[in-house]
Design a protein around this ligand. Structure first.
Ligand code: PEP
Length: 255
């Protein structure tokens, strides 16, 4: 397994945290701490913080992402934001299908696929989240389930578009719980995702796709998790709100 075939990406998911003024403050604090990163650094902030984030990150190595986008280009979808709107602002990444959207906002594998295609059509990089609930892990169906989620998310995604796809393996039981998957558990499922992509597009294509782990990754456990051969960085919730912790995770993925 050759990790140099794909970039490691550390992406922060700020969820529903920080006002625009707080966004500017936190990014200004982070910038010098991650300036020497040898991995890609992304912050996915709330929609209303995007402009402040883009302004604060300008000229730095921090890229800015959103946390969702709608699958239609425009229309009667009150409260939604299209991928084209994000693109015009200067946003380059978008999280799709986070488990909180699946659990609380009715997101399904089918809408995840539609949103992924919309993001790609707008030229955004999609960070597509997959992962099992605790009950599913206990039932022993994690690998099949995550493979299926990955296959559905990638329906009609061309091989050429794979360079704009990141898959984030996020076991739901590990998100925001302080309970992290072991590095071996994370690596096993990331490898299953890569095999699934290889089955769809071939091994060379699969080796070029960044596959992150997410779920209570922090400054203390990042080294071990991102050191695994199939784990190409992380999607970070809580720890991405603390500049020095986020910087330690970025440094771990830069080795
Ligand atoms: C996430 O929001 O994607 C996440 C992994 O959160 P946390 O790191 O807080 O578990």
């Amino acid at each position: 397994m050759n990790k140099s075939l794909r970039p490691a990406v550390i992406a922060g998911n700020w969820k529903m945290n920080k006002t625009p003024a707080q966004t500017t403050e936190l990014i200004n604090e982070m910038k010098p701490l991650v300036a020497d990163a040898a991995c890609d650094v992304v912050l996915c902030v709330p929609f209303v913080d995007l402009q402040a984030a883009l302004a604060a990150a300008e000229g730095s190595n921090i890229k800015i992402g959103a946390q969702n986008c709608h699958f239609e280009k425009s229309g009667a979808f009150t409260g939604e934001i299209s991928a084209d709107m994000l693109k015009e602002l200067g946003v380059t990444y978008v999280i799709i299908g986070h488990s909180e959207r699946r659990t609380y906002f009715g997101e399904t594998d089918v809408t995840v696929n539609k949103r992924t295609l919309a993001a790609l059509n707008a030229g955004l990089t999609a960070i597509v989240c997959v992962g099992e609930y605790l009950e599913q892990r206990e039932q022993g169906v994690t690998n099949e389930l995550v493979a299926l989620q990955t296959k559905i998310a990638l329906q009609n995604v061309t091989e050429g578009d794979l360079s704009k796809i990141i898959i984030a393996y996020e076991p739901v039981w590990a998100i925001g719980t302080g309970r992290t998957a072991t590095a071996d558990q994370a690596n096993e499922v990331c490898a299953v995702i890569r095999e699934t992509i290889a089955g769809l597009y071939g091994k060379a294509a699969a080796d070029s796709v960044t596959i992150q782990y997410g779920g209570s990754m922090n400054a203390a456990n990042a080294d071990e998790l991102v050191g695994k051969p199939d784990v190409d960085g992380g999607l970070i919730g809580g720890a991405s709100l603390v500049a020095k912790d986020f910087a330690v995770i970025v440094a771990a993925a830069s080795k």
